[in-house]
Ligand binder design. Structure first.
Ligand code: C2O
Ligand code: CU
Ligand code: CU
Length: 521
């Protein structure tokens, strides 16, 4: 694969990919002095010939501190380094730590202040993905936190219980800053969901999983955006990290475990399933529990999407959470084939699960979970159309065009336009119920994300949303050629001078301009 960079880079990366390939075929594991052995083996996940597993890290829980009727969360953006592989230090970014950040736990109705201190030495932002907050508190590209500055937005938590997350949203830098580690979880609790008989002991039977992929250089540093397809296909790594742990293993402590999944990757799509062929029970989407639990063979998550699943285990059993190859929603062959299925074509292990002695009292699932807000499509004030496009595809800019994309010649577009921070693309009246119709005119799948609100998926190409999509969502996969219609109401926060974003959550696409701005007025 052609790479940019120095000759030394090319030689080194070439050597590295060869050694990785030899691991793929199960070749010798001995004789590797550096961390390369560990590096390479992760790529063999498809063979599941695992030498050693690391115990899964659980992000620290942060409940904030009380001050004058507010709950304050102190979050420091900082640079650090982490040993992902024996003997190799990786320069990283994190929040209150070296890589990723604590799980911010809050309750519906709580008044919070996020006190974000930027100790990075360069500018960044911190966005509350999925939270319904005023635009100026949103942490998007307009709320830049300068080096050494403190940004302290206050807002009330107005959410259904669920898993949300925070991450850098720096204009043109989101991909690299998130890749380096600027992301973490937000756990919102509300009475309705807490009252259910579902596992909810954080880190015991309620386990958050931030699923990411990374590429490493042989000196241990992250290798980001050096390969030709990284911009167009989105950046994909060959090492899977869960909560920052390489080749993770979790010991199950209860018969039934709730896994809260975040696809925190820049571009990779996961099709999450059990290696033993048993099904999982999906109970939540991005922004709420489902009305009813749904049994599933696999759960597909695009970047930015979340889901919660329940897995039941027999005593003394072990199995893995794996990712099955993605077929772009069945729209893959053809263009996708030509593009190598956009690099989502492999099967690999995400997390090993081992059960010890478990007590085997099986509680039935509640058959109704929660009420999920919905809006009547017949009463929507208007439908807005969004067409996702990739500029210069006509000339098959994959080679020639790719090189220019960093320079801004290549456009990732919505309705034919690339993101411009000075341009407001849509004005939404406060209180309006609207249908947003998103069409994908490209050969790749795109996760479309809208700030400010949670929506319901109405239909995909005219077919009503399947039961597992009938929860609140803020990010939705739109496959090649597909049109997805979602509905929501824009409530509470009108502000003509501070926009919210909508964009593709493949961070390289977002950084390249597949993003637009709306104001609520
Ligand atoms: Cu997860 Cu606009 O972001
Ligand atoms: Cu967001
Ligand atoms: Cu995209």
């Amino acid at each position: 694969m052609m790479r940019r960079g120095t000759v030394a880079d090319v030689i080194r990366s070439g050597a590295m990919s060869i050694s990785r390939r030899s691991f793929l075929t199960g070749a010798a594991t001995a004789g590797l002095s550096s961390g390369l052995g560990a590096l390479a083996y992760v790529n063999t996940v498809r063979a599941d010939t695992v030498l050693s597993r690391n115990s899964l890290a659980i992000p620290a829980l942060m409940d904030g501190r009380a001050e004058a009727g507010q709950t304050i969360f102190d979050l420091a953006l900082q640079a650090g380094s982490r040993q992902f592989f024996p003997g190799l230090m990786t320069p990283t970014l994190g929040i209150n730590g070296d890589f990723l950040g604590p799980t911010v736990r809050c309750r519906a109705g709580q008044n919070v202040t996020m006190k974000v201190t930027n100790k990075l030495g360069f500018a960044s932002t911190l966005h509350w993905h999925g939270l319904h907050v005023p635009a100026k508190a949103d942490g998007g590209p307009h709320q830049v936190i300068a080096s050494n500055a403190v940004w302290s937005p206050s807002f009330k938590i107005q959410q259904k219980g669920g898993l949300f997350w925070y991450h850098s949203h720096m204009m043109h830098r989101t991909g690299s800053q998130v890749n380096a580690g600027l992301a973490g979880l937000i756990l919102v609790e509300d009475e309705e969901s807490s009252a259910l008989d579902l596992p909810h002991e954080y880190g015991v039977d309620d386990i958050p999983l931030v699923i990411q992929d990374r590429r490493f250089r042989d000196d241990g540093s992250f290798d980001y955006m050096t390969a030709m397809p990284d911009m167009m296909m989105g950046f994909k790594g060959d090492v899977i990290l869960v909560n920052g742990t390489v080749s993770p293993e979790l010991t199950l402590q209860r018969q039934r475990t709730r896994l809260r999944l975040l696809n925190g990757s820049n571009a990779r799509i996961y099709n999450i399933a059990r290696s033993d062929g048993r099904s999982v029970v999906q109970i939540a989407t991005d922004g709420s529990l489902l009305e009813r639990a749904v049994e599933r063979r696999s759960v597909r998550l695009g970047p930015g999407e979340r889901a919660e699943i329940l897995v039941d285990a027999m005593p003394d059993s072990s199995f893995a959470l794996i990712s099955l190859p993605d077929d772009a929603g069945g729209r893959g062959p053809g263009m996708m084939g030509m593009m190598g299925a956009a690099g989502n074509d492999a099967q690999f292990t995400i997390l090993m699960l081992r059960a010890g002695k478990l007590d085997t009292v099986k509680t039935p699932l509640p058959d109704r979970l929660v009420d999920v807000p919905s809006w009547n499509a017949a009463k929507a004030q208007r439908t807005r159309r969004f067409v996702l496009g990739m500029g210069m595809m006509g000339g098959m800019g994959m080679r020639g065009g790719m090189g220019r994309m960093g320079g801004g010649m290549m456009g990732m577009t919505i309705n034919g336009r690339s993101m411009d921070m000075e341009r407001i693309d849509e004005r939404v009246p406060l209180g309006a119920t609207e249908i947003w119709s998103i069409s994908n005119a490209t050969p790749l799948s795109h996760p479309f994300h809208i700030h400010d609100i949670q929506f319901r998926v109405l239909e995909r190409d005219g077919v009503p949303a399947p039961p597992y999509e009938r929860g609140l969502k803020d990010t939705v996969m739109v496959d090649p050629g597909e049109t997805v219609r979602v509905i929501t109401r824009f409530e509470d926060f009108a502000d003509p001078s501070h926009p919210y974003m909508y964009h593709c959550h493949i961070l390289e696409h977002e950084d390249a301009g597949m993003m637009g701005q709306f104001v609520v007025v």
